[in-house]
Design a protein around this ligand. Structure first.
Ligand SMILES: Nc1ncnc2c1ncn2[C@@H]1O[C@H](COP(=O)(O)OP(=O)(O)OP(=O)(O)O)[C@@H](O)[C@H]1O
Ligand SMILES: [Mg+2]
Length: 312
């Protein structure tokens, strides 16, 4: 087995998959370095799940090469055990308890006795489900199921973890906990690929991202590289101690974007450079309006839409 550390953990080359006449994945190539948290972004139907299923060895590509965790995906025997998958929709045995469920999957990977018990304890603690270990899964909330699905994906101590929209439907606390958990797993050395159709879910935790549309790569790189690629216009956010109505009649008011038609919000965005933003701040201060924030507006969702819309 060759798993040289300089090899990418995931490597896809000219990958294609067609369903009838639909090219779900079309000549897709990208690499994920060992230990990276990599974001895989694209609108609904872009081909994320199809790519992830091929990466996990669940679906055969029509063309192209895939290597995950140091092995060709065709080499299922050496690959199994080194990949964990959190699927888009997990099937559960609702009548099992969380502990029984993990123990079942652990035993499929050859764990038994004390080792199996310790592994299950460890995983339940990792995903914060120890208090519900003996509850049957059919009584679990969506967020609890998501966490159990992640625990299952980690049973075999994978080197590469593939997660297909894992944060969908999580509440703010759940999203925060999820991000912390991803970062913790990353620090332990696991390479992680996370798909989403929402860029803002990923930007805080991913070192690099790939954006796809209609199965094709639109852009790849760090957030800054994507931003440069998108040609995202400069914009600044200003918060002040007055409703946006005070902007009526202000110079450059046409460059401002307020939340709701200059109504009761006290926060707005200026489309333009820092000089323009500063002139607006001066204008407000000259009218004794306190400005509590002037910051670059990094609207990742708008940047993402721009990348998607301008791609063929
Ligand atoms: N088994 C299948 N048979 C036929 N078409 C399929 C199949 N699986 C996926 N497709 C089609 O391939 C395209 C890509 O689907 P895929 O599920 O990979 O997208 P996605 O990026 O995961 O989207 P979403 O964000 O909605 O989950 C879609 O047009 C979908 O209808
Ligand atoms: Mg999908």
């Amino acid at each position: 087995m060759t798993t040289a550390s300089n090899r990418p953990a995931i490597h896809i080359e000219h990958l294609s998959k067609t369903f009838g006449r639909l090219k779900a994945v079309d000549d897709l190539s990208f690499s994920v370095g060992a230990g990276e948290v990599f974001g895989f972004v694209g609108p609904n139907g872009a081909g994320k799940t199809t790519t992830i299923r091929m990466l996990a060895g669940l679906m055969r590509p029509d063309a192209g090469k895939i290597q995950t965790a140091g092995s060709e995906v065709d080499d299922r025997r050496s690959m199994a055990g080194r990949i964990g998958l959190v699927p888009e929709r997990s099937g559960f045995y609702g009548w099992m308890t969380a502990l029984e469920y993990l123990a079942f999957f652990g035993s499929l990977y050859g764990l038994e006795g004390n080792e199996l018990g310790a592994r299950c304890d460890d995983l339940l603690r990792t995903v914060d489900l120890q208090a519900r270990r003996d509850s049957v899964i059919s009584t679990f909330s969506h967020g609890m199921r998501q966490r159990l699905s992640l625990a299952r994906a980690l049973v075999n101590r994978p080197a590469v973890l593939l997660m297909d929209e894992p944060a969908v439907g999580l509440d703010p606390q759940g999203q925060y906990d999820f991000k912390q958990l991803v970062l913790k797993l990353s620090r332990e050395g696991i390479t992680i690929l996370i798909s989403s159709h929402q860029l803002h879910e990923l930007v805080e935790i991913c070192s690099r991202l790939a954006v796809i549309k209609k199965g094709r790569l639109v852009a790849e790189g760090t957030l800054e590289e994507l931003r440069a690629n998108a040609g995202a216009p400069e914009a600044y956010r200003i918060s002040m101690a007055a409703p946006c109505e005070v902007l009526r009649g202000a110079p450059f008011a046409e460059a401002t974007r307020a939340g709701t038609e200059l109504a009761s919000t006290s926060r707005f965005v200026v489309d333009g450079d820092v000089g323009l933003a500063n002139r607006l701040v001066d204008y407000l201060r000259a009218r004794q309006i306190e400005v509590s924030e002037l910051a670059e507006d990094k609207d990742v969702e708008a940047m993402f839409l721009r990348l998607i819309e301008t791609a063929p």
